[in-house]
Write a protein that binds this ligand. Structure first.
Ligand code: SIN
Ligand code: MN
Length: 267
């Protein structure tokens, strides 16, 4: 429940702080998503450099920075319900850090190995603190069959976990290093023994629900997802909001603007 001042209910905040995530069924209405479905079809037809495809099938895995070209996606990124939660969880003003649409195509949508997100933002972008939040908006009905996200409750409390080192591959074209940050052979993955320990302590959950359901989750929460062998798509939008007091220094190597917003305009 959001009050008019945008402060989330105490019990929800306690849940978020304890478990590292908060799942709200049907938070958004059809109206909030209207236009997004339409624009996704158009964006999928463009297949520009911000599009990542699945190895083998060539189906679209993810599209990045859609808010920069789609008004409906831009509107979603400024949705007051999402922003009110993000601000009250992070306790500061926020700006949009990343906007991506993960498509998990029927039959061929591939795995997302176990990982934490903050390690990417820290190592690749220089973000100093895990004071950003992921907001996952379901576009399709998410079931046990179409590759729901798996979350390990309370794993955010472990802080940054030393990842397994994935051998770097030299098959990528010049300037596309960032694709290892979103591919099925993800650059920073959690070692299996750590996944085991964390799952023994906190369990594993897979939030399921209809379009408009939303997961808010902590930057250090361990998560992943299984392949989608069902005949149904599992499309989600992941919006990342960063605290305005946690803007990475604008120096050194920068990932493309469609992947990480170049500006930090408070919303
Ligand atoms: C992610 O961790 O960024 C995506 C996971 C998914 O789409 O299942
Ligand atoms: Mn992730």
């Amino acid at each position: 429940m959001i009050s008019t001042s945008g402060v989330l209910a105490g019990e929800q905040l306690r849940q978020y702080e304890k478990n590292g995530f908060l799942f709200l069924n049907d938070l958004l209405a059809e109206l909030d998503l209207s236009g997004v479905y339409h624009d996704i079809q158009l964006l999928a037809g463009i297949r520009d450099e911000s599009t990542v495809v699945e190895v083998g099938s060539g189906a679209i895995r993810a599209m990045h920075g859609s808010h920069l070209i789609s008004e409906a996606c831009d509107r979603l990124s400024k949705n007051e319900k999402l922003l009110a939660y993000a601000r009250s969880i992070l306790k500061t003003d926020v700006y949009l850090y990343q906007f991506k649409i993960n498509m998990k195509a029927p039959f061929v949508g591939a795995v997302w190995p176990w990982h934490q997100d903050f390690i990417f933002w820290h190592h690749e972008d220089g973000m100093e603190e895990p004071n950003a939040i992921n907001v996952v908006v379901f576009l399709d009905q998410v079931t046990e069959f179409n590759g729901p996200m798996y979350l390990i409750p309370q794993s955010h409390a472990s802080g940054l976990i030393e990842p397994i080192s994935i051998a770097s591959q030299s098959t990528e074209e010049e300037g596309s290093d960032w694709k290892k940050d979103v591919s099925a052979d993800l650059k920073y993955q959690i070692p299996q023994h750590m996944v085991f320990e964390l799952a023994e302590a906190g369990g594993i959950v897979a939030p399921k629900g209809g379009p408009g359901s939303v997961i808010f989750f902590h930057s250090n929460l361990v998560h992943g997802s299984a392949p989608n062998i069902s005949p149904y798509a599992r499309r989600i939008v992941i919006l990342t909001y960063n605290s305005t007091s946690n803007v990475p220094p604008q120096t050194g190597r920068r990932r493309p603007g469609f992947l990480v917003n170049a500006t930090a305009t408070p919303l």
